[in-house]
Design a protein around this ligand. Structure first.
Ligand SMILES: Cc1cc2nc3c(=O)[nH]c(=O)nc-3n(C[C@H](O)[C@H](O)[C@H](O)COP(=O)(O)O)c2cc1C
Length: 332
């Protein structure tokens, strides 16, 4: 295996400069990425605290490799505060925060001995959060899948952020789905790539098969950045695959909440039997029933580079070896 180990990899104990984006609640995916030498991550925003406690214990029993936890700042209420405490008590070494101001959380993360990793959308924001104490900056380009914080493309954002926070490790997010993208991210000065859509298709992810099929078949032009799926997280732009819900909303002239086509219609249920309504932020997973392809199908423009299923290990190893071949080809 070619060596693309960066200083951030050494800090985190990784053998591959690849960080999983928090695209799936599946502990199997996080474990598989970490076991492959990258950094797996587990979202802790939507999991009940008792369930999270059991999940973290089971993950730590299954792997000695490090993994991170991700929390969405504007959705932090009592349960999410408890989940953060739990992750810190469990010794999760890296806490990733998203969408807003991480300042109130940084001291708490550091006091527990963990590193603070925050996602930014501009160079100015990177400078500000680093001044506040953030240890690792994720620079998320506008082509990213799921909720999108900034409006600058990855190709421009990453070098701007790298220049803005000298000496601080930067991770490139958005649009990276193969070894060419990984190589480009490293060339731009990032010390790792943050992979969402590509790993959503990993065999270990819990994405619904119909959702996987849509991503695998998608072109780069098939995603839409909108605020349409806002039930559960309002006023937060996100990138999804174009589906019948978005088409009907666009045809109706993109009306605001309260007057959208079929608003409130029950589309199906999640694994716990809870109803999922049209415009809900909830993602279809293997145990979701109903009209799954009408739900929020988060995906980045990188869907156009993503086809076929593979294990997380194959994806991580494949990206690293392709990046190394690209470097060798350029050197020739
Ligand atoms: C299905 C899905 C769910 C996501 N959920 C989160 C999340 O809970 N927290 C977060 O920080 N980012 C989330 N994101 C955004 C990713 O962290 C990341 O920025 C994005 O996937 C990178 O672009 P890519 O999909 O082209 O790799 C999500 C993305 C997707 C596709």
């Amino acid at each position: 295996m070619p060596n693309l180990v960066t200083p951030l990899c050494r800090t985190l104990g990784l053998t591959a400069p690849i960080l999983q984006a928090p695209v799936s609640d599946s502990p199997d995916l996080a474990i598989a990425v970490s076991e492959a030498g990258g950094l797996g991550i587990i979202p802790i925003t939507w999991t009940r605290t008792d369930v999270l406690g059991r999940t973290l214990a089971a993950m730590q029993a299954r792997t000695a490799a490090p993994f991170a936890a991700n929390i969405v700042i504007p959705l932090m209420e009592e349960m999410q505060q408890a989940n953060l405490d739990l992750a810190l008590e469990a010794g999760v070494p890296v806490i990733s925060t998203f969408y807003g101001d991480p300042a109130p959380l940084i001291g708490r993360i550091h006091d527990a001995g963990a590193l603070s990793m925050h996602t930014v959308g501009s160079a100015e924001e990177a400078r500000r959060v680093v001044d506040q104490g953030v240890d690792i900056v994720v620079a998320q380009g506008v082509e990213a899948g799921g909720h999108v914080w900034g409006r600058v493309a990855t190709m421009v954002l990453v070098p701007s952020v790298v220049d803005a926070v000298p000496g601080v490790p930067v991770v490139a997010a958005g649009g990276i789905a193969d070894g060419r993208g990984l190589c480009a991210a490293l060339a731009l000065g990032a010390q790792a790539a943050w992979i969402g859509t590509r790993l959503l298709l990993a065999r270990e992810s819990d994405a619904h098969p119909a959702y996987r099929e849509r991503i695998a078949a998608a072109r780069a032009t098939d995603t839409v950045l909108s605020e349409a799926f806002d039930d559960g997280w309002p006023d937060a732009p996100h990138r999804c695959l174009l589906n019948d819900t978005l088409e009907a909303w666009q045809e109706a002239g993109e009306p605001p909440p309260g007057s959208r086509p079929d608003e409130g219609e029950v589309l199906g249920c999640d694994g716990s039997g809870a109803e999922i309504r049209r415009y809900s932020i909830e993602i279809p997973t293997v145990d979701t029933t109903g009209a799954v392809t009408s739900m929020a199908l988060y995906a980045g423009q990188s869907a156009g580079l993503t086809s076929g299923e593979a294990t997380a290990a194959d994806i991580v190893n494949g990206m690293v070896s392709e990046a190394a071949s690209v470097l060798a080809r350029i050197a020739r």
